[in-house]
Design a protein around this ligand. Structure first.
Ligand code: PMP
Length: 358
């Protein structure tokens, strides 16, 4: 039998990829992945135990997740004339959208620095990736974007609103110009909406080439893996063909439906996170040699001397943040910290002060 090696079979661009890195986090204060630091209140955990006690895991889940979608439509105010598609995390939705558009030579346009999975999934799906740099304050360079849209004619443009890793909301007027000038589909990724308030969902009716994506991950349900896409039926009916049957498992459907019926609990947690964010921003502003960027999300990007060393020292003291130093020219010496509980945040602040004071 001839010996076949992976590099003879696997596409060159996949061989060249490094897998998405997730740092080991056992016994660490985990401030690297934009999770909600709060657990559900005991009454809701009890309710979850009760409803999942006799769940039929021998059966496939509802392929259309009808009850869950109805609850999401109400709680997230999805307009009646728009459809909803669910994904196993919004990562899966990004993949579905890109797969659908991946004709030979088709392009995916986004901004840099941006969410790393846009580039990764463009590679998975064989889309040509175009990353347009943001300005040094991480705002959109509208003229460059408009020129790039004309020049590249991208099939899809992905924009996170607020942006990850910078944390800012882009200017609404600039985004509207981009949507209007786009020859293809524009997807606004509102993963951090619970901490920002502003949304393009109400604008779906105004733009035939617009889709809006959300996730429950940052809201407090990261472990369930549930993302959603909202948009016109003519788009979603095509994308639905690529969604694998039963992608939303029984437990996720059951638990997410019940928790979203208590949406106020998650909203209160998001409010608490926003208050801690304000305190964290105020503290970072007092630290000499630290430049923190404004955030409408549940994380803060900041720049300081010798960021990679500080990252390692934070790690040695049990704090895990995201090291973005060297990941992009605009992120030199940048770290990103997720807003945790007030206690976690205080510990982070004291430790950082200690380290930069030295
Ligand atoms: N979009 C953005 C902008 C993100 O930052 C993330 C998570 N880091 C996601 C999408 C993916 O979220 P999930 O797959 O957990 O829904």
């Amino acid at each position: 039998m001839a010996l076949t090696l992976p590099d003879q079979i696997v596409r060159q661009e996949i061989l060249a990829l490094s897998a998405y890195h997730i740092s080991p986090a056992q016994d660490m204060i985990k401030l690297d992945a934009m999770e909600n630091p709060y657990q559900l209140p005991p009454f809701l955990n009890k309710e979850i135990s009760r409803i999942t006690a006799d769940v039929c895991i021998n059966r496939y889940p509802d392929p259309h997740a009808t009850a869950l979608k109805e609850t999401l439509r109400t709680t997230l105010s999805i307009p009646a004339e728009m459809d909803i598609m669910l994904g196993n995390g919004s990562d899966e939705i990004i993949q579905i959208i890109m797969l659908a558009a991946a004709k030979p030579g088709a392009k995916l346009l986004t901004v840099e620095p941006g969410f790393a999975m846009f580039r990764m999934i463009a590679t998975f799906t064989n889309l040509e990736y175009i990353g347009i740099p943001l300005r040094s304050d991480f705002s959109l360079d509208t003229d460059t974007m408009l020129t790039a849209l004309r020049h590249h004619q991208p099939a899809i443009t992905f924009l996170a609103y607020p942006n990850n890793p910078s944390g800012n909301l882009f200017d609404t007027g600039a985004l509207e110009k981009i949507i209007e000038a786009s020859p293809g589909l524009v997807v606004i990724d509102e993963a951090y909406h619970p901490f920002a308030g502003k949304s393009f969902i109400e604008k779906l009716a105004d733009y035939p080439n617009l889709l809006v994506m959300r996730t429950l991950s940052k809201l407090g349900l990261a472990g369930l893996r549930l993302g959603l896409l909202s948009g016109r039926p003519e788009w979603l009916s095509q994308l639905e063909k690529l969604r694998l049957p039963y992608n939303i498992n029984v437990i996720t459907q059951l638990v997410a439906t019940r928790v979203m019926q208590h949406y106020d609990v998650l909203q209160q947690q998001a409010e608490a996170i926003k208050q801690t964010r304000t305190r964290l921003q105020e503290f970072l502003a007092t630290l000499k040699g630290v430049e923190a960027y404004p955030s409408d999300a549940n994380f803060i990007l900041f720049r300081l001397d010798d960021a990679s060393r500080i990252f390692r020292q934070l790690q040695q003291r049990g704090i895990l943040v995201k090291n973005l130093d060297n990941s992009h020219s605009l992120l030199k010496n940048c770290l990103r910290v997720t807003v945790g509980t007030p206690e976690e945040s205080d510990y982070f602040c004291n430790t950082l002060q200690d380290l930069v004071g030295k």
